[in-house]
Design a protein around this ligand. Structure first.
Ligand code: NAD
Length: 367
């Protein structure tokens, strides 16, 4: 990055367009409003399949370039997630730079909503880390291009139970791949992170006779899982060393890294957390070499996206659940593709996503 002076205004530049060419982004919008203190970036990655949908993250980024990077990285991930899930949606994401605890206001969120409105539906927003349903209600006062609203406002409400159902389906298809049948009865599953998704997942697994291990930093959640699902509580470190059939990361990103991979003794990794692989290629390949079946995160956790997408056609939860169930087959297709092309599962999932985008581009090539 180089510092340049433009009429006494320091402007920090970096090879933005070169970066955009590499990541193939379509459009980046920088939003600034002095009165409300809004500083936001909307990154639209790809709209071949439909409008770019992705949540708005509010985060206190130490450097502006970190915010740009996050917006680029996350929006690309949304393109792949929507494509593999078979949705007519593109990928986009917004980040608001600021501390969500102290710098958020109705005016700031509504101003942001006006920037979203200016994109005329090319970008559809939703809540994400650092933003809430209440914030989205403010955004919705300025634009209709918002999903993930409460059920009372015609939205789909909390998507976590649907996400959990998709993860459960992905665990079952991974079991089919590993053991030849998808029954989880008698299997052991370690769930790291029993928040909104992890707890619903525990419920599904418990009903199928799974021996559960849970780790979290929330004592109340641990007690609930122990009391209701007979789960054994362990520390994060102990969980990584457990001899279990399945490890389900449902808390942190980058949990699959140089430090954790040598410890794992499971046969399957399938959980809800986003960006589980610290490095898609390096760590994806290590898992493949170790013979551990990894369910690509953006495929298995697409239930939440499917849920908000359903709002567009008049929300019916049963329909969202039925479409989410298809994650079972998609995951098996990806495992097949990985074998045929000698790729790790994450790479195969990306190839699967890119293929659909490419095919649809051909469909749209004539009037
Ligand atoms: P959540 O915040 O409700 O739950 C996360 C849980 O992880 C919490 O119980 C928290 O206490 C625990 N946790 C935090 N730090 C931890 C640590 N160091 N060690 C152990 N546990 C820790 O979030 P969620 O909605 O359940 O989402 C879980 C993951 O799934 C996230 O990565 C999220 O991005 C991803 N995801 C969620 C959805 C959804 O519909 N909610 C959809 C797609 C992906």
């Amino acid at each position: 990055m180089a510092e340049i002076q433009t009429q006494n205004v320091p402007v920090t530049t970096f090879d933005l367009f070169a970066g955009l060419e590499t990541t193939q982004h379509e459009q980046i919008v920088f939003c600034q409003d002095h009165a409300t203190g809004l500083k936001a970036i909307i990154a639209v990655h790809n709209t071949v399949l439909g409008p770019g949908l992705g949540g708005t993250r509010m985060w206190y980024y130490a450097h502006e370039k970190d915010a740009v990077r996050d917006a680029l990285r996350l929006s690309r991930g949304m393109t792949y997630k929507a494509s593999v899930a078979g949705l007519n949606l593109g990928g986009a994401k917004a980040v608001i730079i600021g501390d969500p605890k102290t710098q958020k206001s109705e005016a700031l969120m509504r101003k942001f909503g006006r920037f979203v409105e200016n994109l005329n539906g090319k970008y559809i927003t939703a809540e994400d880390v650092g933003t809430t349903t209440r914030d989205m209600e403010y955004v919705n006062m300025e634009t209709d291009h918002v999903v993930g609203l409460p059920e009372s406002m015609g939205g789909g409400g909390d998507p976590s139970p649907v996400t959990a159902y998709g993860v459960y389906m992905g665990i079952k298809s991974s079991a089919k791949q590993a053991y030849g049948n998808d029954s989880l009865s008698g299997k052991s599953v370690a769930v790291m992170g029993i928040g909104k998704v992890g707890m619903h997942l525990c419920e599904y697994l418990h009903k199928e006779g799974v021996k559960l291990y849970v780790a979290d930093i929330n004592e109340g959640a641990l007690k609930y899982a122990a009391d209701h699902f007979g789960a054994t509580v362990v520390s994060n470190d102990d969980m990584l060393n457990l001899e279990v059939d399945i490890f389900a990361p449902c808390a942190l990103g980058a949990i699959l890294n140089d430090n954790t991979l040598p410890k794992l003794k499971c046969q399957i990794i399938a959980g809800a957390a986003n960006n589980q692989l610290e490095d898609e290629n390096i760590h994806g390949n290590i898992l493949r070499e170790k013979g551990i079946i990894y369910a690509p995160d953006f495929v298995i956790n697409a239930g939440g996206l499917i849920n908000v997408y359903s709002e567009y056609n008049g929300y019916v939860r049963e329909q969202a659940m039925a479409q989410t169930e298809n994650i079972y087959n998609t995951i098996l297709d990806i495992y097949k593709m990985a074998d045929v092309h000698n790729l790790n599962n994450q790479q195969a999932a990306i190839k699967h996503a890119e293929k659909r985008i490419h095919d649809m581009m051909l469909v749209h090539s004539t009037y």
